[in-house]
Design a binder for this molecule. Structure first.
Ligand SMILES: [Zn+2]
Length: 224
């Protein structure tokens, strides 16, 4: 009799485990991965074209490097601009991230949007069409942009080899879990595959603060 009920309990426990696992999988809350993707946090910054640098800093002005940042060829420069919105609200000291781009863009946070009085669309870097207008001021002049102010969409940079390893495709949206007791799950993380990049999950400083991310942290992709 005792044997029988033990057996029953065993079967019941297996069914519960299976059901819970299926529920979590359906909800996209399971993963077969370790926490191997580094989390990198960016503060607000701008990207500028050659022409914009000519206007803001003077003809042929060259950005000077503070330090390299994670993605190959990218660097934080010493140069900063002041941003002014159409509501005449100002943010000073916004750093330029080089090298020169083919577009002008201000990657801002939600709080920046409140300060400037702008409703910032969430976009991947470079996707500025129809985004918010912004004026940039440098030591040599000002540049009125009809569009260019965005909130950066959270994304993971990876090589084609990484994409194969993690079984994801370029532009796919995934859920990402950060490691640790205070870890959180981020939705709508866009996969960006390129052979000229380094594996990293990019979020802005406000998302990082809200998620208790400090120092070196890792994350993993959750599967549906
Ligand atoms: Zn990035």
């Amino acid at each position: 009799m005792v044997e029988k009920s033990r057996e029953k309990n065993q079967i019941l426990s297996e069914i519960i485990t299976e059901t819970v696992f299926k529920y979590l999988t359906d909800a996209g809350l399971t993963s077969n991965q370790d926490f191997t993707i580094p989390v990198e946090v960016s503060n607000h910054h701008v990207h500028l074209t050659r022409e914009a640098l000519d206007i803001l800093f003077g003809k042929d002005y060259q950005l000077t490097k503070v330090r390299d940042i994670s993605q190959p060829g990218e660097f934080a420069s010493n140069e900063k601009v002041t941003l002014v919105s159409s509501k005449m609200k100002i943010i000073e000291g916004v750093r330029i991230v080089g090298p020169e781009r083919t577009y002008n863009q201000a990657e801002l946070t939600v709080a920046d949007g409140y300060v400037l009085g702008l409703n910032l669309p969430t976009r991947l870097s470079g996707d500025v069409i129809g985004s918010q207008p912004i004026t940039m001021i440098g030591p040599n002049g000002a540049l009125n942009l009809l569009e260019g102010a965005i909130r950066a969409a959270r994304h993971i940079h990876m090589t084609p080899e990484d994409a194969e390893k993690y079984q994801v495709k370029n532009n796919q949206r995934v859920k990402v879990e950060t490691k640790g007791e205070n870890g959180v799950i981020f939705k709508n993380v866009i996969i960006r595959v390129s052979d000229k990049c380094k594996l990293a999950f990019h979020i802005d400083i406000e998302e990082a603060n809200a998620a208790n991310i400090q120092g070196t942290t890792y994350c993993r992709i959750l599967y549906k």
